[in-house]
Design a protein around this ligand. Structure first.
Ligand SMILES: [Zn+2]
Length: 559
């Protein structure tokens, strides 16, 4: 096949930037900064120079000032911290963008408030438009699941599909169930639950695989609405210092990103994963047109092993402490997971699998081990996403197998409020086991799982370092022996995450010749009391040498 080869060769030319030469003008310098480079050979510096989209130097303020030409932009950081751009290794980017502009239920603390907010939002929509998003949390009002009869009278002809904040269950109103053809006659779904009342009528709540009954009936948003969500998401993440996201999504999402890239609307970079079951399509797509460029590239293949702890659908080796007959569920069969992983690996593709419960994690590690034995050594960088509740015996296996643990530390201080009631103390000891995994030699990549949690790396660092739960009940940290240091957390959010998307040669640390993606933070996170980390603010975000965010207009002044 000749055409794909030519396409590949052209793409290789496109993604290779010309080498930096001594004559390239220095376009920007930042001096008087506390530069944490992420480069173990030179961890700290105090200035950087940028030429175009590339770092031209990392060194002392005196050295770097000498490189400035008359029209070079000079930024005096006045002692602020400068770090490599944060890479959020796990987001649902468009969901985040849609959530920013849809009904806000995350902090609805009573059923009445839940209903009132949906009613108010419905009033702003054109006739018949779907109400999506939400991110409700029934634990805030005592744990009763919402029902469609709470909202039917205030939503009229608007179908409603609002999700729990973990994404593993949602509430449909009657109009949405009707649009989806779900009724009392609908049979139950493998790997999911249709919650029913005593008489067998669906209450509107659907869990895990049953959610597809409704989500497949939701029409695509019009392109203008998608573009608005994309732009909102971009503005939101760069304001938090994020310069790349690893997006876990669909082929349709990829098309939205490609449209935005063509239109010049990228602010942060995207590595986009597509569903694992579609590995053949990914193989063929890459053969035909390559993986993309440094702004938007196709990442790996994302699959699911189990559900979530909050929905009691994480697959556990032993039953839940608060539900002794239930040990969760697998959302795909081991046979399918093996077949997809094996096929993808033979095609040279990266496999990324969501696994939360200890049974799910063990199952996917077993599959990774088997596939590696069958296919032989290769730089494959298998990933386990979340890796929340790891059986102690499986902790060393990550490093032994070279499997990356892609984790979201904010979940630890959020779920930490209630996780022990669900899995007990013993299993909690290796929950979000950052310390044990690092000590065993595991490569960590940090992220947020936005829109499940805020895409705010500073909050994630605070969470990993303090493990202080959001309810304030663990001031010294929940399972404090699993805390890690600020620098370890920074590494997981920068060079560790870059490695997880095969980007570490050009991103993730501040080294001459790498892309000029960096963030200025108003204080040195390594020098302040850890409980103050989350008060730190991003002052400026730079991607490819371009300032994409400043906190105040005067932060971008020349000096
Ligand atoms: Zn996710």
């Amino acid at each position: 096949m000749r055409a794909p080869l030519i396409a590949l060769a052209l793409l290789a030319l496109l993604v290779t930037t010309p080498p930096h030469t001594a004559s390239s003008p220095v376009t920007m310098v930042v001096v008087n900064a506390r530069v944490w480079t992420g480069d173990s050979t030179r961890p700290w510096a105090d200035a950087i120079a940028v030429s175009g989209d590339t770092l031209a130097a990392v060194g002392s303020s005196a050295e770097v000032r000498k490189m400035a030409a008359p029209d070079t932009r000079i930024i005096d950081a006045h002692g602020a911290m400068l770090v490599p751009g944060f890479i959020d290794a796990h987001v649902h980017f468009l969901d985040g963008g849609f959530a920013l502009s849809s009904v806000q239920l995350r902090d609805a603390k009573t059923p009445a408030e839940f209903v009132r907010r949906i009613e108010a939002y419905a009033a702003t929509l054109p006739k018949g438009a779907w109400i999506l998003g939400g991110d409700w949390d029934h634990t805030l009002w005592g744990g009763e699941l919402p029902r469609r009869d709470w909202i039917d009278s205030v939503t009229g002809d608007h179908p409603v599909w609002v999700g729990r904040l973990d994404g593993h269950m949602g509430l449909a109103n009657t109009a949405a169930l009707r649009a989806a053809g779900v009724s009392r006659a609908t049979p139950d779904v493998d790997g999911g639950t249709i919650v029913r009342d005593a008489s067998g009528e669906p209450t509107g709540v659907l869990k895990d695989n049953a959610m597809g009954l409704v989500t497949k009936a939701i029409p695509d948003a019009p392109p203008e609405v998608e573009d608005r969500a994309f732009d909102a998401a971009m503005a939101y993440v760069v304001a938090r210092g994020v310069t790349q996201v690893d997006h876990m999504g669909t082929w349709h999402d990829l098309a939205v990103f490609e449209r935005a890239h063509k239109a010049g609307r990228m602010k942060a970079r995207i590595s986009a994963a597509v569903p694992l079951a579609t590995w053949e399509r990914l193989r063929d797509t890459i053969a035909a047109r390559g993986r993309g460029d440094a702004w938007l590239h196709i990442g790996g293949l994302k699959g699911f092993v189990d559900g979530s702890l909050g929905s009691h659908t994480a697959a556990m080796l032993a039953p839940f402490t608060d539900a002794p007959k239930d040990s969760g569920l697998l959302v795909n069969t081991p046979e399918d997971l093996y077949a997809w992983t094996s096929g993808a690996d033979k095609a040279g593709l990266q496999v990324i699998c969501h696994a939360i419960g200890d049974r799910a994690i063990r199952l996917q590690l077993d599959i990774y081990q088997r596939v590696e034995q069958e296919d032989g050594p290769r730089d494959r960088r298998f990933r386990i996403e979340h890796a929340q509740h790891v059986a102690p015996a499986d902790i060393p296996r990550f490093a032994q197998l070279g499997v990356i643990a892609s984790m979201q530390p904010y979940h630890a201080i959020d779920d930490g409020r209630w996780a022990e009631a669900v899995i007990g103390h013993e299993r909690s000891k290796t929950t979000y086991a950052f310390r044990s995994l690092l000590d065993a030699g595991t490569r960590l990549a940090f992220g947020s799982d936005w829109d499940v949690a805020p895409p705010t790396p500073i909050d994630g660092i605070y969470a990993a370092v303090t493990r202080r739960t959001l309810d304030g009940k663990n001031p010294n940290g929940w399972i404090p022996e699993q805390k890690i240091t600020v620098e370890e957390a920074l590494r997981a959010y920068t060079i560790g995450a870059a490695y997880a998307s095969f980007d570490e040669k050009r991103k993730g640390s501040l080294v001459k010749g790498k892309l000029a993606d960096f963030v200025i933070i108003d204080r040195d996170l390594t020098k302040i009391p850890v409980e103050q980390i989350r008060d730190a603010e991003v002052v400026m975000t730079v991607v490819g040498g371009t300032v994409v965010y400043t906190r105040h207009a005067d932060d971008s002044r020349r000096s």
